[in-house]
Design a protein. Structure first.
Length: 285
């Protein structure tokens, strides 16, 4: 169960409720009400093209601003939402809100290649009419299927491989992108996982922590070349060192998503950045 969120055990953020004895049950009922109180929102972390460092898209990340406890990390509340089933509503909110924003940004910039990546949890994949919901939001916000990517972890897929394969194949047929999130935190081989129709692989940040593991260049080399040989694009998550950036560029790793380039941003900040970027592009031409 703890594995489901992969690299999240290394989150620097520790919520205060543990130390003040704020119980899980209390948090659980608060989370239920959080919707109506508008305490949930999305942050958007830029995913940059490694070569140019220009923004290619964003990962949508849930945020919860608790009225008394302040910001609570999704690494804490997403597992609670998963165990109570509330993740279905939270996930629906994330999908809808992410597509709504992306539609605005695409029309604002005229850049139809801008994409948004949304995390999907296992309950959503199994219980919700995910395919119907995806179709609905794409139409509602007039975005093309290839500018939406869904992120799924290996543990999610392995919970129910047959059903996952079937659903992912149907999602793929819609034209949406499928990213294998937190790669390297589980036990399956990439070769096995390629039985599923993923088009992008996100290397987990635990591989890219700024420490001096002598074997790391070899590991990165083999992950990226194998992913490319299998026809996958690669996102380096949480990349920290310049040496890793240089190596991954040389390997042709397509994207990076890390504090080194940008933290997750509020939608107003995204608007501003995209606006500045448009001005910059006009000046440059
Ligand atoms: P994830 O999907 O692997 O998302 C990436 C996480 O890594 C985000 O944490 C992001 O802020 C963090 N990160 C990005 N760059 C860096 C870096 O350079 N250094 C470090 N230390 N961290 C970096 P966040 O926002 O706290 O989310 C944690 C996890 O919560 C996500 O991991 C995902 O598993 C889950 N989550 C967030 N939003 C959703 C959602 O809408 N639905 C579902 N099912 N899960 C979500
Ligand atoms: Mg993660
Ligand atoms: Mg993710
Ligand atoms: Mg990840």
């Amino acid at each position: 169960q703890a594995k489901r969120n992969g690299g999240d055990s290394i989150e620097p953020f520790r919520p205060a409720y543990r130390s003040v004895g704020y119980g899980r049950l209390e948090l659980e009922s608060d989370l239920r009400r959080a919707f109506e109180r508008n305490e949930l929102s999305l942050a958007f972390q830029p995913i940059v093209t490694l070569e140019s460092e220009d923004i290619a898209g964003f990962e949508a990340l849930l945020r919860w601003e608790h009225p008394r406890r302040g910001a609570i990390s999704p690494a804490e509340f997403v597992p609670i939402a998963e165990s109570t089933g509330l993740i279905v509503q939270l996930g629906q909110f994330a999908l809808e809100e992410a597509c709504r924003r992306l539609g605005d940004w695409q029309r604002m910039t005229g850049d139809e290649n801008l994409f948004v990546s949304v995390n999907i949890s296992s309950r959503q994949l199994i219980r919700q009419d995910l395919i119907g919901d995806v179709k609905t939001v794409l139409e509602r916000y007039r975005i093309s299927p290839n500018s939406l990517k869904l992120e799924l972890t290996e543990s999610l897929v392995m919970d129910n491989p047959e059903r996952s394969a079937q659903l992912l194949t149907r999602l793929k047929a819609l034209g949406v992108g499928l990213s294998l999130d937190d790669f390297g935190t589980g036990y399956s081989s990439l070769a096995y996982l390629m039985g599923f129709p993923f088009d992008t692989l996100k290397i987990d940040q635990s591989f890219l922590k700024n420490n001096s593991q002598p074997q790391r260049p070899i590991i990165l080399h083999s992950i990226v070349t194998m992913a490319h040989d299998l026809g996958l694009k690669v996102v380096a998550e949480g990349i920290e060192s310049d040496a890793d950036v240089m190596q991954l560029r040389q390997l042709g790793c397509e994207y990076a998503q890390s504090f080194k380039f940008s933290p997750p941003l509020g939608s107003d900040q995204v608007r501003k950045i995209l606006d500045d970027r448009a001005v910059g592009l006009k000046r440059a031409s």
